[in-house]
Ligand binder design. Structure first.
Ligand SMILES: O=C(O)CC[C@@H](O)C(=O)O
Ligand SMILES: [Zn+2]
Length: 547
């Protein structure tokens, strides 16, 4: 059924079954397919990254110093590898250089470590034995899931042992009455969504990397994504965790209770801990019911203020059925259409500055449709939106989402991308994008998009190559601007390696000290994901030599 409101504005219905098309079982998401081969190492000029400047140039031109070793940690020896073979067997111990190259390189192809060993445990006991050994022998470890992170958190900086959780991918229990899922950390998010989907539930989180990211990584990075507006963050949805601490201690926090007020809620430390405090091995998570009706609309707005007002209107008029409110500027739309195969402009006749993707999910199709139509009509009447389309079928809904979800991948195809993932009060959200545009003039393309419903801006700056002068124009300006606006320098991607030294823009000295206290308590030797999240304790541990 089509209902024309004005011009190109087409409204039609689309049920939940139809709306978000899961990839076929076993298929790999576009994001995973596009994992680029490592080819370069990026210089990092920000003085706050001085310690790591050498790392970025490891093995580079003569005359430069290169990092040889972090003296806190031991060198990996053959005897260590032999020991890991005893724990895991040959299949669980990877020393092949091609496989290591991929695991050493992050999704953006921006960070490359030089680990010589990747381990694939299949049980918690094996994770515990590995960490016990690494802890005793002071071998540094980087836990790794699907390696889809965007802040260099899941790859080694030096030669840390890579502990990949991908082989721990069993679903342990699903309670069909409560919707509580218990599974191992290496389960792929999309597979879990398909599994609970066929039993009448959905995962409370969804992100572009769903086809390759793993639930343990999602939890460790407190991934936000596209459903946070509706279902809240993992801090609320995760009910329990099993975690292995740095010294091999297994911390069983794998409860399935909604309510448990017995002292400190320890699991929260590991949600968003980015693998620096412990390795998440099992997850218990509550999944909401899958609702019968979903509508997806793609709308055009003339200016940012109209986007903001449209959001306010959507909350009032759509209320509880509003399930996503995403925005992208014209630059973001153009990048997707140019670089991502199979994308189509949802509003080809509209050349506006801003676009919104609005999704409703509810249990009564007629009711939801009426509400959405009323909202769209009033938004048009008030001049908030100039144009729009509502998906008429499953493939149209999927193609609208593809445009939004594909921005990150599309940008990665066109040279260097400086990425910022910021929480900023809604009224100021786009001002920073405009500021950066006038600051950088023609030297780069400034792209703004993100989860408007969560106050989360993805500011991306695209340039032909990574360049120190350009970086100096961007940082610390972006961080200072965000701190002054009382925002956060990481809304959902975490700090990883990229932003560890910028933590003070969002956390007070006292807060960082408390965090360091937790780190010392849980990992006194600092072997777990070193150089990530917290600024490195000192640079004196780094041994450099001239090449
Ligand atoms: O690449 C980015 O900046 C954001 C990636 C992801 O969080 C998204 O929302 O698409
Ligand atoms: Zn995002």
């Amino acid at each position: 059924m089509k209902l024309t409101i004005s011009g190109a504005f087409v409204l039609a219905k689309c049920t939940a079954e139809e709306s978000r098309v899961p990839l076929p079982e076993g298929s790999v998401s576009p994001r995973a397919q596009s994992l680029p081969a490592a080819s370069h190492i990026v210089p990092q000029s920000d003085p706050r990254h001085a310690c790591f400047f050498h790392i970025r140039r490891y093995g580079s031109a003569p005359g430069h110093s290169r990092v040889v070793k972090d003296r806190r940690f031991a060198e990996l020896k053959d005897v260590d590898i032999a020991h890991f073979r005893q724990i895991l067997g040959d299949k669980g111990v990877v020393v092949d250089s091609d496989e290591l190259k991929v695991a050493n390189t992050d999704w953006m192809n921006k960070y490359e470590g030089h680990s010589q060993l990747l381990l694939r445990p299949r049980t918690t006991q094996q994770v515990s034995e590995i960490l016990q050994y690494c802890y005793a022998g002071r071998l540094a470890v980087v836990p790794q899931g699907g390696n889809t992170g965007l802040v260099g958190g899941s790859v080694p900086v030096f030669d840390e042992v890579i502990l990949n959780l991908g082989a721990m991918n069993k679903i342990l229990n699903f309670d069909e009455a409560s919707g509580i899922l218990v599974c191992e950390a290496g389960c792929i998010l999309e597979s879990l969504d398909n599994y609970v989907g066929s039993r009448g539930y959905v995962m409370p989180l969804d992100l572009g990397a769903k086809g390759s990211c793993q639930i343990g990584g999602n939890v460790s990075t407190n991934a936000g994504g596209l459903r946070l507006l509706r279902y809240g963050s993992l801090h609320g949805n995760v009910l329990g965790l099993e975690v292995v601490l740095a010294d091999g201690t297994v911390l069983d926090l794998l409860g399935t209770l909604r309510k448990d007020n017995t002292g400190y809620d320890l699991k929260q430390l590991f949600i968003g801990g980015e693998g620096t405090l412990g390795v998440v091995t099992k997850v218990s998570i509550i999944t909401p019911p899958k609702l019968a009706s979903t509508n997806v609309a793609f709308l055009a707005c003339e200016d940012y203020v109209s986007c903001q007002k449209t959001f306010a209107q959507a909350k009032l008029q759509l209320g509880e059925i509003l399930s996503a409110f995403e925005f992208l500027d014209r630059y973001a739309l153009d990048v997707v259409l140019k670089h991502l195969d199979g994308t189509r402009d949802p509003l080809p006749d509209s050349k506006q500055h801003f676009y919104l993707l609005v999704e409703t999910t509810g249990s009564n199709q007629l009711h939801d449709k009426e509400k959405l139509d009323a909202f769209l009509e009033s938004a048009i009447e008030q001049g908030l939106i100039t144009d729009g389309a509502v998906a008429q079928d499953i493939s149209q809904a999927a193609s609208f989402w593809k445009v939004r979800e594909g921005v990150a991948e599309a940008m990665g195809k066109g040279g260097a991308v400086y990425k910022y993932d910021l929480s900023i009060p809604l009224k100021d959200l786009y001002t920073l994008v405009e500021d950066m545009r006038s600051r950088l003039k023609d030297s780069a393309t400034v792209v703004g998009y993100g989860h408007m419903g969560d106050g989360n801006l993805h500011l991306n700056i695209m340039a032909p190559k990574y360049d120190n002068e350009l970086l100096a124009q961007i940082e610390p300006y972006v961080y200072e601007w965000t701190a002054a606006a009382k925002g956060s320098i990481s809304a959902e991607h975490g700090l990883g390696f990229m932003k560890a030294k910028a933590i003070h823009y969002s956390k007070s000295t006292a807060a960082v000290q408390v965090m360091e206290g937790f780190k010392k308590l849980l990992d006194p030797r600092g072997i777990l994901n070193p150089y990530k999240v917290l600024p490195s304790p000192s640079e004196s541990h780094v041994i450099s030599e001239a090449t």
